[in-house]
Design a protein around this ligand. Structure first.
Ligand code: BDP
Length: 581
């Protein structure tokens, strides 16, 4: 799906910033900001504990100037499921909270007239949603008697239906921009760009789809024409090409200008290659080392809502850290992040919202949970949205599923998705799945990925506070992976840290411990050539489900939630800026 663009042929109209909102039909309508999660927009505790379908409504007018044009209503994301009505009639529905959807309303809303738009946003999660929620009725490890310490039995007694199987607050609502835009009646539907490098030349292959006669031009960053052709397919040489290079290189961007009838769409792209070669990942033929934190979309007041300012500021801090990578843990991010990473030369590991499949369940999730087709669809939609971004160099099929208790079923499930990602991506990028700390000898899935991604908390959740033994245990595991012969990224590692909590002896939760933790684990990484990346968990503190281990959220941030650096941010900044191998 193409991003929204305002240009000579396409017009974007602003929608209201404040909509009417109510949790249930019994509540009064009240104002709520869009886009943003609704949960932190009120002191009413039900805004955070609510489980079900919340209601939004607003009015908008299709401008008279839109007469004769195609008019589209586009939602960047509604979390998790959306049902949309226009003038009281069903318009569209969408499943999943992190990808865009749109509806052609040309014949449904007359130019010059005011229309009523209603959106129902469903925050319920379960065995058939991504991310996954736990549901009553499925046996979990532990006792059924809530008197015996059993978290699951307790949850069943509470009768709540939302039991996230993931460690971030289940923010919901209209979280990304709602946009009204117009195109000519004949329009560009889709564009796919693939590039190659041939000595000092680049080769670009553009395929466009649209209703109408298509022509394609390639422009350099100054707007000068490099190549052009009639028809929906153009393969052209870019002499003396300037490559898209990750930081600290120059991320040069070209444009494929596609015309279709009166429509025009400018698709930026970079000429770069990405491939796995033995135990290395090569970008533009050169070994690449991924360094940069995992990041949640999370900020005070807006929750998981889109904010250009927060995104710009976060990426600026990433550059300050000397990072060259960000992983969109644990869902595809708002589209702006990818545009900015294209411009800044920050490499993105792009992840589906498949977090927590089967983790903790005693049933076989691959047989019990009806997820395979839906997961494949979400993966396809993510690739369709993000396929042209040069910053995206690795697809992540999901985070921390159970791969250990039902190894053959896990392998079948994830292999099908792995093949699908390769089939669907025009650029055929490498594919991974991010593995939970587990008995890696029993897991036969992680090792089949193009890049092995492992989340490990040696020194924190296990071998807590004992960094010397943590290093030895991690080294034993690294010996195992070295024999597998694939590139490995330590895709999560980290320690909860309370800012301002200090001690001469680095103990858990102090700023000194977090810094010492990274120094200890990094010393293991530095001794191994097949390790191609380190992604601290996490960029900033973020809101999580309340629980005994989450004082004011997950505190493993290198930055506080208001983006002030903890000591470890300075430690990693020195490493990534001045000391890296
Ligand atoms: C990892 C998860 C991540 C959590 C983190 C933690 O992938 O979502 O937030 O643990 O516990 O296993 O901090």
């Amino acid at each position: 799906m193409l991003q929204v663009q305002s240009n000579a042929a396409r017009t974007v109209y602003a929608m209201p910033e404040v909509w009417d909102f109510r949790l249930t039909d019994a509540d009064a309508w009240r104002p709520v900001a869009v886009p943003a999660s609704y949960n932190d927009q009120s002191a009413d505790p039900r805004f955070r504990s609510f489980v079900g379908v919340a209601h939004y409504k607003t009015h908008f007018t299709v401008p008279a100037a839109a007469a004769g044009r195609r008019v589209v209503l586009r939602f960047g994301a509604v979390t998790h499921d959306a049902h949309v009505r226009l003038n009281g009639k069903p318009l569209c529905s969408h499943r999943g909270g992190f990808l865009p959807f749109e509806a052609d309303i040309t014949h449904l809303a007359a130019p010059g007239e005011t229309a009523l738009l209603e959106v129902d946003a469903d925050n319920r999660i379960g065995h058939d949603t991504l991310p996954v929620g736990n549901e009553g009725g499925v046996a979990f490890f532990g006792s059924d008697n809530p008197g015996i310490p059993s978290v699951e039995a307790g949850k069943r007694m509470q009768g709540r239906t939302n039991q996230p199987n993931f460690d971030f607050f289940n923010y919901a609502g209209i979280t990304r921009p709602v946009i009204l835009y117009t195109t000519p009646r004949e329009y560009v539907q889709d564009i796919a760009v693939v590039t190659e490098i041939d000595g000092t030349d680049g080769i670009v292959d553009v395929c466009a789809a649209g209703h109408g006669k298509i022509a394609i031009e390639i422009l350099d960053a100054t707007g000068a024409r490099v190549a052009s052709g009639e028809g929906a397919h153009l393969r052209a040489v870019i002499p003396d090409v300037k490559l898209w290079q990750p930081r600290p290189g120059t991320p040069y961007l070209y444009t494929a200008r596609v015309r279709c009838g009166d429509d025009v769409y400018d698709q930026t792209f970079g000429v770069r290659t990405v491939e796995v070669d033995g135990a290395r990942v090569l970008i533009n033929g050169k070994p690449f080392y991924f360094k940069g934190p995992n990041r949640h979309e999370d900020a005070p007041f807006i929750g998981r809502g889109h904010s250009a300012c927060v995104t710009v500021r976060d990426l600026d801090l990433l550059c300050w850290l000397g990072a060259n990578t960000v992983r969109t843990s644990h869902y595809p991010d708002s589209e702006l992040l990818y545009d900015l990473c294209d411009r800044l030369g920050i490499v993105v590991i792009d992840e589906t919202p498949a977090v927590g499949i089967g983790a903790g369940a005693s049933c076989n999730p691959y047989r019990a949970f009806p997820l395979a087709d839906y997961h494949a669809q979400v993966l396809a939609d993510m690739i369709a949205r993000d396929k042209n971004h040069p910053c995206v160099v690795l697809w992540s099929l999901g985070n921390e599923p159970d791969t250990e208790h039902f190894p053959d079923d896990a392998l079948a499930y994830w292999s099908a998705l792995y093949r699908r990602a390769h089939d669907l991506d025009p650029q055929n990028r490498p594919v991974t799945m991010v593995c939970c700390q587990n008995d890696y000898t029993k897991d036969i899935t992680t090792r089949t990925m193009d890049v092995v991604c492992i989340n490990r908390y040696y020194g924190w959740y296990n071998l807590s506070n004992d960094l010397e033994t943590a290093k030895r245990a991690f080294d034993i595991e690294l010996d195992f992976w070295e024999k597998i012969g694939k590139p490995l990224i330590l895709s999560e590692y980290g320690a909860d840290t309370l800012p301002g909590h200090h001690a001469a002896a680095p103990e858990m939760f102090t700023e000194e411990f977090q810094a010492a933790f990274y120094e200890a684990i990094n010393s293991c990484l530095d001794a191994r050539d097949f390790v191609v990346g380190e992604l601290p968990w996490c960029f900033a503190d973020f809101d999580a489900q309340p629980g005994p281990m989450r004082p004011g959220g997950n505190r493993k941030g290198l930055f506080t939630r208001d983006r002030r650096p903890k000591l470890a941010a300075h430690t990693l900044r020195r490493r990534w800026t001045f000391n890296m191998r």
